[in-house]
Write a protein that binds this ligand. Structure first.
Ligand code: MN
Length: 487
């Protein structure tokens, strides 16, 4: 889907046709110039003066799948009662761009004509009131439209809004159920579909095995060529790698046939399969598919959504699992990995294809990609079902080059410092109920996840360098009350 955003300008008849013509021209110019720097095109639609014009453009936006959101601008005063009938029906993400055409107040030129044409400061407040009054989820971005910082924030919001569109069309293919007895990977799929749009359904592992058996040697060869072009073959056990290639071709065929962008499986349900998919799952993630281990369909869909939100970045959003800590004072790190399935988009250098035994799952030694994660600021995000509502927990982290080589660890690994520090960060994460599975992203920011959560109407909890346990506890308590009142 090629997404675009619509630029809707608020005005009224009061200032005469000349002003309206000028505004329409300027709005067109702004949309064209912004389209050159924003990640998605911004299309000027209308300078609206009546209730009907606004209701009509919103109806059209709702109906058009390629419209990922609307951005409004009030060049001057646009009485907001005329926005009510449209706004109550708006089903698309909405950003209020509080800007003006001119950057400076022109000392000589300014007179009452200039004031009539350029009173966004006035119009924005009327426009902001009605959205507040209607309790509309929205993003407010203020500043000069040609400033790089404003354009960056607008672009980031657009990506979050695309995350909404991707979420609403998300289909997850589940092979097997959740890992036995695990709580946090469970969730209300009916509620999730109503709220986030996800279609989460199961397909038999037997069907996957049939599809694997029908994969041709030529298809396996083609996948192997991809593997050797992207990764270093650090094993002589080519047959084992070929088996993974066969698995990948089959999983991809089944997902593509159903339009699924994410999948989950579990090592407890691999009947008829010789290996747990390792490189097969890793390489699918590298292509933008979401994945969750142990039947975790929530983290799988979130991975696919955050990968789509990060488009144009470095593509580094991945399924992650907290494993173990380094608790030496002054050197406090978390080590994240998974039994196999870490996305190579996180890799600092070319991943190696290796074959090692897997202690659990009772299958043959699987091939997997082994690498170190790269350095940089990132986030981890976890979506949990609180019973009656969803909570999205995001924590700021800083990834480092792993401080030791760990030569006997046969999986990809990422090492990071959690905010505000390891122990407070862990206490906060655990207090909030964050899962051991998360999406780690170098691409998507916490602000984008906050925007996404607001647009999806779910709870958002952010653990930052400034978070204290005490403040967080209070926030969670108040959130719990607020969400019960809201429901
Ligand atoms: Mn896991």
């Amino acid at each position: 889907m090629k997404y675009s955003f619509w630029f809707v300008v608020g005005s009224q008849f009061l200032y005469g046709p000349e002003v309206l013509d000028t505004v329409a021209q300027r709005a067109e110019e702004m949309a064209a110039k912004l389209s050159q720097v924003l990640p998605y095109p911004l299309t000027y639609k209308v300078t609206a003066k009546t209730n009907k014009e606004i209701a009509d453009v919103i109806k059209e936006a709702n109906y058009d799948d390629s419209c990922a959101g609307i951005i409004t601008w009030c060049h001057t005063f646009s009485p907001s009662k005329m926005w009510i009938n449209g706004f109550v029906n708006l089903q698309k993400p909405y950003c209020h761009l509080a800007t003006q055409y001119n950057k400076e107040i022109p000392n000589e030129e300014i007179d009452m004509d200039f004031m009539n044409l350029n009173q966004a400061a006035h119009g924005d407040r009327e426009h902001g009131f009605i959205a507040a009054r209607l309790r509309m989820p929205r993003k407010v971005v203020a500043g000069y439209w040609q400033d790089a910082k404003v354009q960056k924030r607008l672009g980031d919001w657009m990506k979050a809004a695309v995350g909404v569109a991707v979420s609403k069309s998300m289909k997850v293919m589940r092979f097997g159920d959740n890992m036995r007895e695990v709580a946090v990977t469970e969730g209300d799929k009916v509620e999730v579909q109503a709220k986030l749009g996800w279609q989460v359904n199961t397909w038999p592992v037997g069907k996957l095995v049939d599809t694997m058996n029908a994969v041709t040697e030529a298809e396996v060869d083609e996948m192997m060529a991809r593997y050797t072009s992207l990764y270093d073959m650090a094993t002589d056990d080519i047959e084992t790698v070929r088996y993974q290639a066969r698995e990948e071709v089959a999983i991809k065929k089944m997902m593509d046939a159903e339009g699924c962008k994410a999948f989950s499986n579990t090592f407890q349900d691999l009947y008829g399969m010789k290996q747990l998919p390792g490189i097969a799952s890793q390489d699918l993630m590298a292509q933008g598919y979401g994945y969750g281990g142990e039947g975790d369909w929530k983290v799988s869909a979130m991975t696919a959504i955050m990968k789509a939100m990060g488009e144009g970045g470095n593509g580094a959003s991945a399924f992650m699992e907290d494993y173990t800590y380094h608790l030496v004072e002054g050197q406090e790190y978390s080590l994240g990995a998974h039994m196999l399935e870490v996305c190579p988009s996180l890799a600092a250098a070319k991943p190696r294809i290796e074959v090692h035994p897997l202690g659990i799952g009772d299958r043959e030694d699987p091939a997997r990609l082994v690498f170190e994660g790269k350095e940089g600021d990132a986030i981890v995000a976890s979506l949990i079902d609180m019973g009656g509502r969803l909570r999205l927990i995001v924590q700021d982290i800083h990834c480092v080059k792993p401080i030791m080589p760990m030569p006997n660890l046969p999986v990809a690994r990422v090492m990071w410092q959690a905010m505000p520090n390891l122990t407070d960060g862990v206490e906060c994460w655990i207090t909030a109920g964050g899962a051991h599975h998360s999406v780690l992203s170098y691409d998507v920011t916490a602000e984008q996840m906050r925007d996404w959560a607001r647009m999806m109407d779910i709870e958002f909890v952010h653990i930052t360098k400034d978070t204290t346990q005490e403040a967080l506890e209070k926030e969670l308590f108040l959130n719990d009350l607020a969400w019960k009142l809201k429901a």
